[in-house]
Design a protein around this ligand. Structure first.
Ligand SMILES: [Zn+2]
Length: 261
């Protein structure tokens, strides 16, 4: 059985094309420019863990034939990472048990306020709780957690408007939606081979909410990943143009990209 991480979506908050068939600077003829909202699948020993369930989650499960979900890690509570939470319901119906979700306190509280019907029973049990929340605190961040038999190390990232969670699985790490990393989190990333990282700030000089490519390059001088896969790509980031612009060892993500664990 092959174990891998698959990029289910490498798009930024609006996806590419954005609603209204807006492609921006992306060539509509390039299939790798079609990007769903950011998410990855971690698949190991037939266990499926997804990071984030954005608005494209249902479509992602159909496209990639994901027929069970064993756990979800929510990186943070922004809409493009959680608005597909309702589509966990069919998986709950099949498995008949609440799906464990993992995140920090802020994210779990925020999700339970916005989607209370996913967290608790209603109508005398007609609607069941479809998720089972698990809160990560400082005693978890930076330390290996056993999630469904998969060893995952979560770490905190600064996304300016809130914190977000990155994860390391073996020598691969995923850092969606972040502006900066502190020394503790950079230490968690040292020694990885592959870093899937938010570069939605593109070549901007200022960092605001999303990391820039210049800053990713600086971080990777510390981390030392041989392969950096830039994700959270917007309509201004054409696949071919970005491929040509990025330095050696860096490449743009695309939906469906598989990295073996
Ligand atoms: Zn975000």
């Amino acid at each position: 059985m092959s174990n891998y991480i698959k990029i289910l979506g490498c798009g930024n908050s609006m996806g590419v094309p954005a609603a209204g068939n807006i492609w921006g600077q992306c060539n509509p003829k390039e299939p790798k420019n079609i990007r769903k909202r950011a998410s990855i699948l971690i698949k190991k020993d037939n266990k499926n863990i997804v990071i984030d369930t954005g608005a494209d989650f249902r479509a992602q499960t159909l496209e990639y034939n994901i027929n069970h979900i064993d756990a979800v890690i929510y990186s943070h509570y922004h809409g493009d990472h959680c608005h597909g939470i309702d589509d966990l319901r069919p998986f709950f119906r099949e498995s008949k048990k609440a799906i464990p979700i993992y995140s920090d306190l802020d994210t779990i509280e925020n999700l339970s306020e916005r989607f209370p019907y996913c967290f608790k029973e209603s109508l005398d049990g007609f609607y069941k709780a479809i998720v089972e929340p698990n809160i990560w605190t400082n005693k978890h961040f930076g330390y290996e957690q056993n999630i469904q038999g998969i060893s995952i190390t979560p770490f905190i990232q600064d996304h300016l408007s809130c914190k977000s969670i990155g994860v390391r699985v073996g020598d691969i790490a995923y850092s969606t939606d972040f502006a900066s990393l502190d020394e503790f989190s950079l230490n968690c990333l040292k020694g990885i081979n592959t870093w899937i990282a938010d570069g939605a700030g593109y070549w901007d000089d200022e960092i605001f909410v999303h990391c820039t490519i210049k800053q990713l390059i600086k971080y990777n001088e510390i981390i030392g990943a041989k392969r950096v896969i830039v994700t959270d790509l917007s309509t201004r980031m054409d696949y071919k143009k970005l491929t040509n612009e990025l330095p050696e060892g860096f490449e743009p993500a695309y939906d469906g990209l598989i990295i073996n664990l």
